[in-house]
Write a protein that binds this ligand. Structure first.
Ligand SMILES: *[C@@H]1O[C@H](CO)[C@@H](O)[C@H](O)[C@H]1NC(C)=O
Ligand SMILES: [Ca+2]
Ligand SMILES: [Ca+2]
Length: 132
């Protein structure tokens, strides 16, 4: 067994534990009519992002909606770097007839972490994400 195979094997063993993610915050929209949003937690990848969990809601009249969701990714994403790259993506139609998307920067989460929480508030009128 040469050194690089040994390295791969030890990496595969070290990343086999499970990370519990939880995501929460508020979504704000000042609009007269009905508006809807979908929040997805994603694991960012160069080829295609993986969706971990999503939360969908519509509101008429409420300007502030709370969200909370949990995920435990089963795929390891640490073969090359031992971290998950976690971001939130919101699609919405707050005060617009065409759908808009907000994507946060991703956070590197070491795969050996047992738990990771992300608390993020979104303002759909300005299309911004504000860490809590
Ligand atoms: C947003 O989408 C929902 C569901 O498709 C629709 O009922 C609502 O009228 C839309 N709101 C706006 C502002 O376009
Ligand atoms: Ca990744
Ligand atoms: Ca990675």
């Amino acid at each position: 067994m040469n050194f690089s195979i040994l390295l791969l094997v030890s990496l595969a063993v070290s990343v086999s534990s499970i990370t519990n993610f939880d995501f929460s915050g508020t979504v704000k929209c000042e609009a007269l009519g009905r508006w809807c949003f979908t929040i997805r937690a994603i694991e960012v990848d160069p080829i295609s992002n993986d969706g971990l969990v999503k939360y969908e809601k519509c509101s008429v009249g409420d300007k502030l909606v709370k969200y909370a969701m949990v995920a435990t990714p089963e795929d390891n994403d640490g073969l090359l770097d031992n971290t998950f790259e976690i971001a939130l993506e919101v699609r919405h139609n707050c005060s617009t007839s065409s759908e808009k998307t907000i994507t946060t920067d991703y956070v590197n989460v070491p795969m050996d972490r047992a738990a990771y929480s992300m608390a993020m508030n979104f303002d759909l009128n300005t299309n911004t994400a504000l860490p809590q």
